[in-house]
Design a binder for this molecule. Structure first.
Ligand code: NAI
Ligand code: MG
Length: 756
C-alpha cells in the first residue's frame, strides 16, 4: 500500500503553534504517514505575492489530505502596503482558504459540534455548509451594472435610484451544486450514525429558490428512508441550536447561512479553541481548526484542542476510525478532567501543557494494557507462617500468556483491611483475582468484604450448598451451620466450581471491572486457576498478543548495557510499546524485553530493526536467547562431540587453574573404539579457590586461558578463553565462563569438521 501523504501547512500565528504541537500524534498512533511541510500564509504573500505558492498547491494536489493551521488575512489596502516593493500593484490578495476551496472545488464545509466538555454528551450534530455557491458565489455588485439595474427596476420603488445608490448580491444555487451537497449530507449522516438531516433555509421568504432547493433536498432524502429529514427556517434553527441542540443530527445550509450557523455551533461547543472543521470535495480535502491565526495572542496561550480534533476529523475521513476516536477520547478526557485548562477554558495552562495532557491521556488509551492484580488474603501469609505460592504461580502463568500484572497484594483476614485492599486494586486495575478467605470459619471474611465494597447483597446459592453437603458427606464430616456461609455469593455472581474442596469461587463483573474469587489452599486454588481463571481472562481479552525476547549474557556490565539499550529505545521511540528489564543474575546479566500489543502493526519493521541492534550489541556476550545458562548450552553441545578431547592450558594462574581443570573438568574415557570421549563435571570444576590472582597482584583485566582439543588425535584445535579478572571473585564465575567458552570452542570445531 502506498503511504498516506499529508500536506502540512502550519501558516501564521497560533496556526503555526498548534500545528507544531499536534504533529507527534502521528508517531504516537503508529501512523506511518508521509507528512510534508509546506509554505502558506502572510509571509509568502509579502515575499512572493501569493500566500499560497504554486509549489504548495502542487503538493496539496499530490496529497491524500491537507492539514492547515490558520493564516492571517488583511484588508486589500494593508495587504498591498506590506507586499515586497518589487511586486507592488501586480498582485491581488486572495485568501489561501478561498483559493483552496475554489481551486480544489471543496464544496462541503464540515463542522462537527458535540458536547465534549460534559460527561452527559448532550448533543452531537454536524453543520455542513455549502462552500462554493449561494450568497458567496461572487456575484456581488457595487455599483451595479445595467443588467442588474434592469432586473431591479422591475420593482418600481427602485426606478428612480442611481446605480451608485444600490449594491446587490446574488444568491446563486445550481441543481448540480445542491445535489452533491445534499447527497454528501445524507452520506455523512449515514456514516456517522446521525439520525436526521435538517436543511436550514428560508423558503417562506426566498420562495422560488427555496422551492427549487426543497425539491432537490426531498429527492435526495427519499433515497435515505432510514434517515429522518426536515426543512426548517434558518433563524429557527439558530434558536433551537441553543435551546435544544440534542435534536439535531446533520444541519445543511447554503454558504452564508451555513457560515453563520457554524460559528454559532463553535460557540455552543465551547468556543473557537475547540472547534474543528473539514473542507471536502470530490477529489480533495483540507482540514483546519475553525479559529484563525489570532495574531495578537501571546505565545503558548492558544488552546490546541481544536487542532487535535481537526486531526481526528481528518483521520476519520481517511478511514482511520479507531485512531480518530483515540484522539477525540483523549481530548474529551483532558477537558473533563479539568486538571489542565488554557485561558479560554477558564484556566491558565499553556498550549504545551494542554497538549502534554492530551498526549498523556492518548498514551494511556493507546496502550492496550489491561491490568490484573492479585490479592492473597490470610493472616498466616502476613505473619510469615506460610509462603504465598498461589500468587507467584498464577502471576507467572498470566505473564507467560501475555497478561499484565499490576500488583500482587497480601492482606490479613481483617475485613476492613481486605476491603481497603479491594478498593485500592479496583481503582488501579481492570481485574482482581482474590484468593483465600472463603472457608466456613469466622475469620473467612473475603466474601463479606467484597459484598460491602461492591454494595451487593450476598445471596444463598443452592447449587453451592448442595456441593458443600455432598462433599462433607462423602468424607463423613459433620455439616455445621457455619458451612452455610460458603454458599453465599454476591448477586449476579457466576460460580466457579471446585473439584477439590467445599469452597466454590465466583466471577463478578462490577461496572467495567472484573473480580474473581477463589479459595486459598493451593490444591484447590491452582486447579481452579487452570480450569477457569486463565480461560476466563483469555475470554475477557486480558491476554494481549505477546512478543518476548531474552538475552542471557555473560561479561557485560549491567549499567553499561542498560544505558546503551535505553538510548536505543529512545531513538526508536519505543518507550510506550515495550517493557524492558535488566536482571543481574550472577554471574549473568539477563535482558528481558516484552511487547504487549493488540495491534499487529506493533510488530513492524522498526521493531525488528531495534531487536537486531540489540543482537549486535550483545553478540560477544551472548549465552542464549532462551534463558539457558552456560552449562545447559554446553550440555547440548557435548552430545555432539562424543569423540572430542580437550586440554586446557593456562599460564596465568601459575598452573593452579590448569591443575584443577586437567583433573576435574575433563575426564577421559578411552573405552570407545572410535577414539577419545570425555565428560565434563562442571559442578566440580573447582572445589579449591584460585588465590594466585590476588596473591601475585595480577592486574591484567582478563585472565587468558587456552583450550585445545583433538578429534581422534589427528586434528588439534585451540581456543582462547578470556575471563575478566576480578581477583578471587573469579571463583564465582569461572565455571560459567569455562562452560560457555567450551561450547564456543565446540562450535568452532563443529564448523571446521563440517568444512573438511
Ligand atoms: P481568530 O479566530 O484568529 O481569533 C478570535 C479570538 O478567538 C482570539 O482573539 C481569541 O480570543 C480566540 N481564539 C481563537 N482561537 C483560539 C484558540 N485556539 N485558543 C484560545 N482562544 C482562541 O479570529 P480573528 O481575530 O477574527 O482573525 C485573526 C486572523 O485570523 C485574521 O487575519 C483572519 O483573517 C484570520 N482567520 C483565518 C482563518 C483561517 O485560517 N481559516 C479563520 C478565521 C480567521
Ligand atoms: Mg466564519
Amino acid at each position: 500500500m502506498n503511504k498516506i501523504k499529508i500536506a502540512v501547512l502550519p501558516g501564521d500565528g497560533i496556526g503555526r503553534e498548534v500545528t507544531e504541537t499536534v504533529l507527534p500524534v502521528f508517531d504516537l498512533l503508529n501512523l506511518n504517514f508521509e507528512l510534508n511541510m509546506a509554505d502558506v500564509g502572510w509571509e509568502f504573500w509579502c515575499q512572493e505575492g501569493n500566500p499560497l505558492p504554486l509549489r504548495t498547491l502542487e503538493l496539496i494536489k499530490n496529497s491524500n489530505a491537507t492539514l492547515l493551521g490558520a493564516i492571517t488575512s488583511k484588508p486589500e489596502k494593508e495587504a498591498q502596503k506590506e507586499l515586497a516593493i518589487s511586486l507592488t500593484g501586480k498582485n491581488e490578495y486572495v485568501s489561501p482558504v478561498i483559493q483552496l476551496r475554489q481551486k480544489l472545488d471543496l464544496f462541503a464545509n464540515v463542522r462537527p459540534c458535540y458536547d465534549i466538555k460534559h460527561q452527559t454528551h448532550r448533543f452531537n450534530f454536524c453543520i455542513i455548509r455549502e462552500n462554493t455557491e449561494g450568497l458567496y458565489s461572487g456575484f456581488d455588485f457595487y455599483p451595479i451594472n445595467d443588467e442588474i439595474k434592469t432586473i431591479i427596476n422591475k420593482n418600481s420603488k427602485y426606478l428612480h435610484m442611481n446605480k451608485t445608490d444600490i449594491a446587490c448580491t446574488l444568491r446563486l444555487q445550481t441543481m448540480a451544486g445542491l445535489l452533491r451537497l445534499f447527497e454528501f449530507s445524507f452520506q455523512y449522516a449515514k456514516i456517522n450514525e446521525l439520525s436526521k438531516v435538517t436543511f436550514a433555509d428560508k423558503p417562506n421568504v426566498l420562495r422560488n429558490s427555496g422551492n427549487f432547493a426543497r425539491s432537490i433536498f426531498e429527492e435526495v432524502a427519499n433515497k435515505y428512508p432510514q434517515i429522518k429529514s426536515e426543512i426548517l427556517n434558518v433563524d429557527a434553527v439558530a434558536l433551537w441550536m441553543v435551546r435544544k441542540p440534542e435534536q439535531f443530527g446533520v444541519i445543511v445550509a447554503e454558504n452564508m447561512f451555513g457560515d453563520i450557523l457554524s460559528d454559532l455551533g463553535a460557540g455552543i461547543m465551547g468556543g473557537l479553541g475547540l472547534a474543528p472543521s473539514a473542507n471536502v470535495g470530490d477529489t480533495g480535502c483540507y482540514f483546519e481548526p475553525v479559529h484563525g491565526s489570532a495574531p495578537n495572542m501571546l505565545k503558548n496561550k492558544a488552546n490546541p484542542c481544536a487542532m487535535f480534533l481537526t486531526v481526528a476529523l481528518m483521520l476519520k475521513h481517511l478511514g482511520y476510525t479507531a485512531e480518530s476516536e483515540k484522539i477525540s477520547n483523549a481530548v474529551t478526557k483532558t477537558l473533563q478532567d479539568k486538571l489542565v485548562a488554557t485561558y479560554d477554558l477558564g484556566g491558565n495552562s499553556s498550549t504545551q501543557q494542554m497538549a502534554q495532557a492530551i498526549f498523556c491521556n492518548l498514551k494511556s488509551t493507546t496502550s492496550s494494557r489491561k491490568l490484573i492484580s492479585i490479592l492473597s488474603t490470610g493472616s498466616e501469609i502476613i505473619n510469615g507462617d506460610i509462603i504465598d505460592t498461589n500468587s507467584n504461580i498464577c502471576a507467572k502463568k498470566i505473564n507467560t500468556l501475555g497478561g499484565n500484572i499490576f500488583q500482587i497484594m497480601q492482606s490479613s483476614d481483617n475485613k476492613q483491611e481486605i476491603k481497603s485492599a479491594i478498593v485500592y486494586l479496583l481503582e488501579n486495575s481492570d481485574c482482581i483475582l482474590i484468593t483465600g478467605g472463603l472457608g466456613p470459619t469466622s475469620d473467612d471474611n473475603t466474601r463479606f468484604a467484597l459484598s460491602e465494597v461492591i454494595r451487593s447483597d450476598l445471596i444463598f446459592n443452592d447449587e453451592a450448598w448442595k456441593h458443600i453437603q455432598a462433599r462433607l458427606n462423602k468424607f463423613n464430616l459433620s455439616i455445621t451451620k457455619n458451612n452455610k456461609q460458603q454458599a453465599l455469593f454476591p448477586k449476579h455472581a457466576s460460580l466457579i466450581r471446585n473439584h477439590n474442596g467445599t469452597a466454590y469461587g465466583c466471577y463478578i463483573q462490577y461496572f467495567d471491572k472484573h473480580i474473581l474469587l477463589i479459595p486459598g489452599p493451593p490444591k484447590e486454588c491452582l486447579p481452579m486457576i487452570e480450569e477457569y481463571i486463565l480461560p476466563k481472562l483469555a475470554e475477557l481479552k486480558f491476554f494481549n498478543k505477546y512478543f518476548s525476547y531474552t538475552w542471557k549474557t555473560l561479561g557485560v556490565i549491567e549499567g553499561e548495557i542498560s544505558h546503551t539499550i535505553d538510548n536505543l529505545i529512545e531513538r526508536y521511540n519505543l518507550y510506550d510499546k515495550i517493557n524492558i528489564s535488566y536482571r543481574w543474575n550472577y554471574p549473568y546479566v539477563d535482558i528481558k524485553l516484552s511487547i504487549n500489543s493488540m495491534d499487529d502493526n506493533c510488530h513492524d519493521h522498526g521493531l525488528d530493526l531495534f531487536i537486531k541492534e540489540i543482537d549486535i550489541l550483545v553478540e560477544d556476550f551472548l549465552i542464549s536467547n532462551d534463558q539457558s545458562d552456560a552449562f545447559t548450552v554446553l550440555n547440548k553441545k557435548i552430545s555432539w562431540c562424543s569423540d572430542l578431547t580437550f586440554v586446557v592450558i593456562d599460564n596465568v594462574t601459575c598452573g593452579e587453574f590448569q591443575n584443577v581443570v586437567d583433573h576435574r573438568l575433563v575426564s577421559f574415557d578411552k573405552t570407545l573404539d572410535s577414539g577419545y570421549s570425555f565428560s565434563i563435571n562442571y559442578n566440580e570444576y573447582f572445589n579449591s579457590n584460585i588465590t594466585s590472582l590476588e596473591r601475585n597482584n595480577n592486574s591484567n583485566a582478563f585472565v587468558k586461558i587456552m583450550v585445545s582439543g583433538a578429534i581422534k588425535e589427528n586434528h588439534i584445535y585451540t581456543h582462547e578463553v578470556e575471563i575478566p579478572n576480578r581477583g578471587s571473585e573469579i571463583n564465582l564465575f569461572i565455571n560459567a565462563y569455562l562452560a560457555w567458552q567450551l561450547s564456543k570452542f565446540i562450535e568452532q570445531v563443529q564448523m571446521n569438521v563440517k568444512n573438511e
